[in-house]
Design a binder for this molecule. Sequence first.
Ligand SMILES: NC(=O)C1=CN([C@@H]2O[C@H](COP(=O)(O)OP(=O)(O)OC[C@H]3O[C@@H](n4cnc5c(N)ncnc54)[C@H](O)[C@@H]3O)[C@@H](O)[C@H]2O)C=CC1
Ligand SMILES: O=C(O)C(=O)[C@H](O)COP(=O)(O)O
Length: 378
Amino acid sequence: MKIVADENIPLLHNFFGDVGEIDTYPGRQLTSENVKSADILLVRSVTQVNEALLAGSRVKFVGTCTIGTDHIDTDYLQKNGITFSSAPGCNANSVVEYVISTLSVLSEFRYIDFSDLSVGVVGCGNVGSRVVSTLRRLGAKVLAYDPLIDQTDMASFEDVLKSDVISLHTPLTTDGPYPTYHLFNESVLAQLSEQQILINSGRGAVVDGSALKRKLKSEPGFTAVLDVWETEPNIDPELARLVAIGTPHIAGYSLDGKIGGTEMIYQALCRHLGLPARHKAAQFIASPPLSKMYFTSEAELSWSMHTAIRAIYDVRHDHYALRRTLGGNEEQRVEAFDRLRKEYRARREFSNIKVLLKNTDSSMHTMFKALGFNVKSA
Ligand SMILES: NC(=O)C1=CN([C@@H]2O[C@H](COP(=O)(O)OP(=O)(O)OC[C@H]3O[C@@H](n4cnc5c(N)ncnc54)[C@H](O)[C@@H]3O)[C@@H](O)[C@H]2O)C=CC1
Ligand SMILES: O=C(O)C(=O)[C@H](O)COP(=O)(O)O
């Protein structure tokens, strides 16, 4: 059995080593020649999987260790009897923590109190629904817009646009009744005031980058946060300098989320081949270095929250890392964008961290629980 895979899939050999012989390639450079004699193709989001890549190959299973599937021509796979699997929800908690860290960091520059904040979530699937529930449990007033699910709990697009913070969590789609390509175009962006904050950690092209750039130039007080960009890895350096926080598509890059994606595709492949799934992510992940934090009754609620969030994930590290790459020429910038992602550190999710509370009141307990920490009374 021959497996061709993106070299950036973590724990590839640990999970798939006993399933077949593995050849790895940089995901963006995979060619039809590379996959010609493969039975199984394993990718992340940077490989376009379509007729041009697969025609004439003997591939019978394609797995993407990611949530997003906009890089996969699923119609082509279906028509050609190729089994397909993605990893829904694998890194959803990581994206939620990106949004939380972003709001925590922005609260240093402008007044943000979670209990007094309105947030509009666009796209309420695995990621969006968790952003909604986390922020609601922290006291924020959250509205969600998603025309494709039960409308009972949903708000209108217009109402969501009035929120202090608007956070985008849709897939990138170009057809169907509600395409998301350039959903945030010039006229939608024009409805947002300088006091509002726009966060996009879905897919770059959901926002018209040129229109956003014009807005940021003419309304410098407007706050935009971008993790995803049109034309990655060749992002617009001018736009990247104008956003308040700009990161190299790493919102979903917690170690847990990335390895979770590999594990889900391993399980799907085992089902496809009728093999027992012997390996589990927990076998391979070490404990995080900072695994315990203590808070006592002297600690103030808001200080404790921001301290804990930023100790585990401070989005500014990723922002400054990208900023430092913007001065080079196009070739250097493209190389640096992918290098930041390839060499990304082991970032652990909040659920791995024990928060030990001593003589604190119940609001402290509720807040850490809402954030997803593993709360214990000391
Ligand atoms: N920045 C990053 O590192 C990551 C980005 N993503 C992106 O986030 C997207 C969302 O992830 P999940 O929530 O797990 O996907 P999901 O498939 O669970 O949910 C997406 C939701 O968006 C809704 N939707 C579709 N078209 C819409 C429209 N026009 N307006 C409003 N809502 C619409 C769908 O009905 C669905 O409920 C992924 O497709 C992926 O592109 C996902 C993981 C990591
Ligand atoms: O899961 C998704 O969808 C994502 O956006 C991934 O975090 C993207 O990771 P790469 O495929 O670009 O490594």
